[in-house]
Design a protein around this ligand. Structure first.
Ligand SMILES: Nc1ncnc2c1ncn2[C@@H]1O[C@H](COP(=O)(O)OP(=O)(O)OP(=O)(O)O)[C@@H](O)[C@H]1O
Ligand SMILES: [Mg+2]
Length: 298
């Protein structure tokens, strides 16, 4: 059985691509077979694995157009167990072209459904920092959405837009979409980071990954060497934190269903925690002594 995971946040620069690369590398290191899917026209994930986007003849664009499959466009990387379905600038045009096509939201899901029980334990999709057809395709196909966030005022405020997006997707295309927040680039010396981390922990205890990713220069360096941090700098704090995230993620996936075991008919993959209800009572805010986050959890 394949777990399909989207990494998305419409806020730019919050470590979506870094998380795909290094979480993917950690999962592969722990024996999972992983497919990384680059859905961002910037093609940073593709670049970060040493593939030149401008030289590509086959990309995820073909999958979204229904002309090919993820398996057909994917390629091996220098990391054992880690494959890549690459992207290039073509995705910019595709984002506009897809709008006009009926049922475009389900293109990736259809392809993943066909390959679900083969080849990969985990599919990780890197989304662009925008709510377009590409992100909608990823969220429609996903079992789980990982939302990386920084402990910065603007980043936390923009979370509301992500929650609105999750609500919309649950209503329109994917009622079983679950989500988790991942704190990234935490600088423990920074007062506002510490304050916002406390508030995020208070406000979203059930959906927050316990693993926190701290600021670490090695994560800036590793894409230039076309490797996840677990291979580039295996003994660093960043590598340890992404390994811990991989373990935590695996523990969320249903313990009764082994990876690579096909689902029985009518059975659904899933995450141990219940999907947080859209109608759950809202926690009161702002909190005393904190920063007004202006965010309502689903
Ligand atoms: N934990 C970290 N410590 C230090 N730098 C980091 C960390 N995580 C990510 N970065 C750096 O922050 C920058 C933004 O990260 P990244 O490209 O992964 O974000 P993104 O959300 O994918 O951005 P975009 O929205 O443009 O796709 C990059 O230069 C990356 O190397
Ligand atoms: Mg990115």
């Amino acid at each position: 059985m394949t777990a399909v995971i989207a990494v998305a946040n419409n806020k730019g620069g919050v470590a979506k691509t870094t998380t795909c690369l290094s979480l993917g590398g950690s999962l592969a290191e722990q024996g999972r077979s992983v497919l990384l899917v680059d859905l961002d026209p910037q093609a940073h994930l593709t670049l970060s694995l040493g593939v030149k986007p401008e030289t590509l003849r086959h990309t995820v664009a073909e999958v979204l157009l229904g002309q090919s499959s993820l398996v057909a466009v994917s390629r091996e990387t220098a990391v054992d167990g880690l494959d890549l379905a690459p992207a290039n600038r073509e995705l910019v045009v595709l984002d506009k072209v897809l709008y006009g096509r009926q049922g475009y939201e389900h293109r990736l899901k259809r392809d993943l459904d066909e390959m679900r029980y083969q080849l990969y334990d985990i599919v990780l999709m890197d989304c662009p920092p925008a709510f377009g057809t590409l992100t909608l395709n990823a969220l429609t196909a996903a079992d789980l959405l990982i939302i990386p966030i920084q402990c910065e005022y603007y980043a936390v405020r923009s979370l509301q837009q992500m929650f609105d997006m999750v609500s919309l997707v649950r209503r329109k295309t994917n009622p079983r979409l679950s989500y988790r927040l991942l704190v990234t680039m935490l600088d423990v010396r920074n007062k506002i980071h510490r304050l916002l981390l406390r508030q995020i922990r208070d406000r979203f205890p059930e959906v927050l990954f316990q693993t926190i990713i701290q600021v670490d220069t090695r994560l800036r360096e590793s894409p230039a060497f076309a490797l996840p941090v677990t291979r580039y700098a295996p003994r660093t704090r960043a590598a340890r934190q992404y390994r811990a995230l991989a373990q935590e993620l695996i523990s969320y996936l249903s313990p009764v269903i082994e990876f690579t075991t096909p689902l029985a008919e009518g059975e659904t993959l899933f995450i141990k925690e219940p999907v947080v209800s859209v109608s759950a009572p809202q926690p009161p805010y702002p909190r005393h002594g904190g920063v007004e986050m202006g965010v309502r959890q689903l």
